[in-house]
Design a binder for this molecule. Structure first.
Ligand code: NAD
Length: 352
């Protein structure tokens, strides 16, 4: 058996329909008294619901969260938190809003209580990302790890079906790469397999009935598991490639993950057979990469990079960027198969 080292991260998790109602108790539990609520403009109504529950613990609402956490917005939020003497941030939303909370927590003693409303998983990780001059700088710092997370499936009812499905595939990507991580461990592998299983069962049920409460809960449960894996072990080819494509060609985050994942897994398949077996078992297929590709087709999510704004003429440059920065991957990153991977992902072809 492979040796391993496992350090558990100390986030408290509250899971269940209606659990948003416990937000004030969570603020009290971390000893805070003035909470700054963070959201995007479209989620203002949900933030106001939080504000009402917070009562006298509310400092204010900041509804300026944006995709990829631009430094300008982060500075404004930091300044507001300081002016209001906020002693905690309550981030209600997806990875972008939780990312804004992390940008504040990185520089000030403002712990985060996260209330995720997508399946992206940022709430369970000490990873932050801030975009300055067009470049997204990412890092790990335990100060940005949320102290407590409320998973309330009721809050995901409003997440449009298409967004729910690509977000779910984004979560599966964390677990899939976690299964062959260099610093992987048996606990994370159990969580990864169960996370993939939960999402691959929950998502088809959402296609049938987007308001199915049990399916929503199942997907959010899977998202928790997959996010936990992302927080504990290192990622490889798939995440690096999506970061390159998203950052350099301005492609949407979750859709890019959805399209690239089967191809990245096909690339790594010869070097990580046990991980592939576990992924395949979790989705009920005989092959992980082809199984995920077919699952995506059935769900009706985007399948080709060309359909989400990538130009064919940019594929060579994408390949060069992907090869420029060496990083650990179970299979060495080589030019010809990488270019082939990108071509197939661009066309939406079956992975090979
Ligand atoms: P997002 O946070 O950008 O949300 C997309 C849109 O959906 C926003 O307008 C948001 O307000 C809206 N939305 C979210 N939940 C909703 C709901 N329940 N009902 C209606 N609208 C809703 O998208 P995301 O995919 O969650 O996050 C992507 C970002 O998170 C990327 O920048 C990515 O890099 C980052 N991320 C970071 C980590 C990490 O560990 N640091 C992990 C995953 C993702």
């Amino acid at each position: 058996m492979k040796e391993f080292t496992y350090t558990a991260l100390p986030t408290r998790v509250i899971f269940g329909a209606g659990k948003l109602a416990t937000i004030r108790d969570e603020v009290d539990a971390i000893g805070a008294t003035r909470a700054l609520v963070l959201c995007t403009p479209p989620q203002r109504a949900q933030a106001e619901q939080v504000a009402e529950l917070l009562g006298s613990r509310l400092a204010d609402i900041y509804d300026g969260a944006e995709m990829h956490v631009p430094i300008e917005g982060a500075r404004m939020a930091r300044q507001l938190a300081a002016e209001l003497e906020a002693d905690c941030a309550v981030a209600i939303g997806g990875g972008s809003t939780i990312g804004l909370g992390k940008a504040i927590a990185l520089e000030a003693p403002v712990p985060i209580i996260a209330i995720p409303t997508t399946y992206a998983g940022s709430e369970m990780t000490p990873i932050y990302g801030i975009t300055e001059d067009g470049l997204k700088r990412t890092g790990r710092d335990v100060r940005v790890l949320p102290r407590s997370v409320i998973y309330d499936p009721d809050l995901t009812m409003s997440l449009p079906l298409g967004m729910s499905l690509v977000s779910g595939m984004n979560a599966i990507a964390h677990a899939a790469e976690g299964l062959y991580a260099q610093d992987g461990n048996p606990v994370m592998s159990l969580m990864a397999e169960e996370g993939i299983r939960a999402l691959s069962q929950g998502m088809p049920a959402l296609v049938e009935a987007p308001q199915d409460k049990e399916a929503r809960a199942r997907c959010l449960y899977g998202a928790w598991l997959c996010g936990t894996v992302l927080g504990h072990v290192g990622m490889a080819l798939h995440h690096k490639l999506c970061h390159t494509l998203g950052g350099s060609f301005n492609l949407p985050h979750a859709e890019t993950h959805t399209i690239v994942l089967p191809h990245a897994l096909a690339y790594n398949s010869p070097a990580a057979p046990q991980a592939m077996e576990r992924i395949a078992a979790a989705i009920g297929a005989s092959d992980a990469a082809i199984g995920l590709h077919r699952m995506a087709a059935k769900l009706g999510v985007p399948m080709a990079l060309r359909d989400i704004g990538m130009k064919e003429t940019d594929l060579n440059r994408a390949c060069e960027i992907a090869l420029a920065d060496p990083y650990w991957n179970p299979r060495p990153i080589e030019a010809a198969p990488m270019r082939d991977l990108l071509q197939r992902a661009w066309e939406g072809a079956e992975p090979q």
